[in-house]
Write a protein that binds this ligand. Structure first.
Ligand code: GLU
Length: 428
């Protein structure tokens, strides 16, 4: 069982989409099922409507989930399990207030040390706990032992005891921390393999410790994906436009192309251009490189062009192209959907040609309107020459303007084949 567990706290980042695609592909390979879990337990950061945006984006990318959960619906389980750990003395109540913890964190920072909870409340007597009127958080008791887990991409990952402190499970307001909610949900939902971003590596031993304390014996495999860097080799920030899936879609990249690019990134693939269905046949998480991937929008543009060329008429119509063959043809000029649309619109728009080519354009227009439109461009060209006596640039420049509203562009001979049926309408 695989899952994708986005937080509804912002625009979907390409790194998140990559995680969703990889989990989805693997779930289809072993037919184990795919869960979509909206991790909405951070009320302060949740943004209304972001869950729907996630559904829309995944749907556009052809990702279908078998089950949908909202993490907040599991709150009672999180609280029950915290109580169970407390009663079994595997967890303890912590009365330290934010202020004193903050001061200790600051002191550690000033001393150049990593902050670690000092265990202040771990050994309070029952009496001290009972008579403490302050709200308490629940922390997990940790043994002073190294932790490790096997990562399908990174191999064995080890953590020294000083890197894992008695971390918080339930805050004083009774809300679970991310690690606690996530560990429990993965257990309750029967997740068997987790693919997620590298920023979660240090959470994995904590989540394993939580389930171990709860007596869970089910095994969960892990793969943490290296981060995606920008062209300059820096971590792609959330504010960077091209890191937002919504922005890439709005700019005119096809979902098929974005998915292709994200699967190709830092991977060993049998070919460069493929569909999600192709990838299901050969995708192997072990082939993902350990080193960070670099996002290259030019490469994405090239892949987009190939997907527009490959797309069926039906798909291109869905994307708003009324003339699918022209959409494919114009990939030689541009790789983005709106730019290609603009070029096609220019063909079908009314054109007022003034300036140096105006008279010739009128002559050519009359000739075309009175012509039995031939099949081949050569016959067409000869017929116009015969009727107008124009040749060379004096013929081709106004003809190009009449057909495309632009002085530059593709070979007219090739374009002609695609527009000859509409040519009178085009020049009118
Ligand atoms: N909500 C977390 C995130 O979006 C999920 C991490 C995980 O997959 O466990 O980063």
């Amino acid at each position: 069982m695989y899952r994708f567990a986005p937080s509804p706290t912002g625009d979907m980042h390409i790194g998140n989409l990559r995680v969703a695609l990889f989990n989805y592909i693997c779930s289809l390979q072993d037919k184990s099922g795919f869960i979509l879990r909206i991790e909405d337990t951070d009320n302060a950061r949740n943004i209304d409507g972001k869950d729907k945006e996630i559904f829309d984006i995944l749907t556009k990318f052809g990702v279908k989930w078998d089950r949908l959960y909202y993490q907040s619906k599991n709150l009672k389980f999180h609280q029950e399990f915290a109580a169970k750990l407390l009663s079994e003395k595997k967890a303890f109540l912590c009365f330290c207030d934010e202020k004193s913890l903050e001061a200790k964190k600051e002191a550690a920072k000033a001393a150049g040390e990593a902050y670690r909870y000092d265990g202040a409340c771990e050994h309070l007597s029952d009496d001290e706990v009972l008579h403490n009127p302050h709200p308490a958080a629940v922390r997990l008791k940790i043994k002073n032992e190294p932790q490790s887990f096997y990562d399908a991409i990174k191999g064995e990952v080890k953590f020294e005891p000083q890197n894992i402190d008695s971390f918080v499970l339930l805050r004083a307001d009774k809300t679970p921390t991310y690690n606690f909610a996530c560990a429990i949900d993965d257990m309750l939902e029967g997740v068997t393999f987790v693919i997620r971003g590298e920023d979660h590596v240090s959470n994995t031993p904590k989540q394993n410790l939580i389930r171990e304390a709860l007596g869970y014996t089910g095994k969960i495999g892990y793969a943490h994906l290296p981060i995606i860097l920008n062209k300059e080799g820096k971590k792609m920030s959330k504010r960077e436009n091209s890191s937002s899936v919504k922005w890439l879609l709005e700019k005119g990249y096809m979902p098929e192309a974005i998915a292709n690019y994200l699967i190709l990134l830092g991977n060993k693939t049998p070919c460069e251009i493929f569909s999600l269905n192709d990838a299901i046949k050969w995708f192997d998480i072990k082939n993902i490189s350990k080193s960070p991937a670099r996002f290259d929008e030019d490469k994405l543009a090239q892949i987009n062009r190939e997907h527009i060329k490959m797309a069926s008429d039906e798909r291109l119509k869905e994307l708003g192209f009324n003339k699918p063959s022209l959409a494919r043809f114009y990939t030689q000029e541009s790789s983005l959907i709106p730019e290609i649309k603009a070029k096609i619109d220019q063909i079908y728009t009314h054109k007022n040609i003034d300036g140096e080519w105006s008279d010739n354009a009128n002559l050519i227009k009359d000739a075309i309107l009175n012509l039995d439109i031939p099949n081949s461009f050569d016959e067409f060209k000869n017929a116009i020459i015969q009727k107008t006596n124009l040749k060379g640039k004096a013929l081709f420049m106004p003809l190009r303007l009449l057909l495309t509203k632009s002085e530059h562009g593709p070979e007219l001979k090739e374009l002609y084949d695609l527009i000859k049926d509409d040519i009178k309408e085009i020049v009118l």
